[in-house]
Design a protein around this ligand. Structure first.
Ligand code: ZN
Length: 143
């Protein structure tokens, strides 16, 4: 009943004119409240599905859509601006590199790049949180 109590409190905060308007509209159409609720559910669903794949912001009216993946497994990325598009493309490149290295490793070979990595001293870089999140997202898109 908590929702009804909140609705009552909301109504208590309205001006008398506003209450009259709601009474009039709901008298004209018995479906008024039903329709308003359906509209709100739709709005929330749309908003949830329209966030930038890279930064997670709600997409602006003018945005980008990138279709990628193999023909039998197409995926779609929604992106808010040019910055996020180029960031996404760079990430796909490094992601493909990662997959390539993985498959080469499973063949028992070490790639040239990995040989270099082994010789180099491990250096601590501050982890880019944003990049990690995207790679994780892309990983979940494929697997
Ligand atoms: Zn973005």
């Amino acid at each position: 009943m908590q929702a009804i109590q909140r609705l009552e409190r909301f109504l208590a905060g309205l001006e008398e004119e506003e209450l009259m308007e709601i009474l009039r509209v709901s008298g004209e159409s018995k479906e008024f409240l039903n329709n308003e609720l359906k509209k709100e559910f739709t709005r929330r669903r749309e908003q949830a599905g329209q966030r930038c794949t890279v930064c997670g912001n709600v997409l602006p009216e003018s945005s980008f859509e990138l279709v990628f993946g193999s023909p039998e497994f197409r995926r779609k990325a929604k992106l808010c601006g040019k910055d996020c598009v180029s960031y996404f493309l760079e990430s796909i490149e490094s992601y493909n590199e990662l997959l390539k290295r993985k498959s080469e490793r499973s063949n028992g070979h070490r790639t040239e790049r990995e040989e270099k990595d082994v010789q180099k001293k491990p250096e601590k870089k501050p982890a880019k949180k944003r990049k990690k999140t995207l790679l994780e997202k892309m990983y979940s898109l494929f697997f």
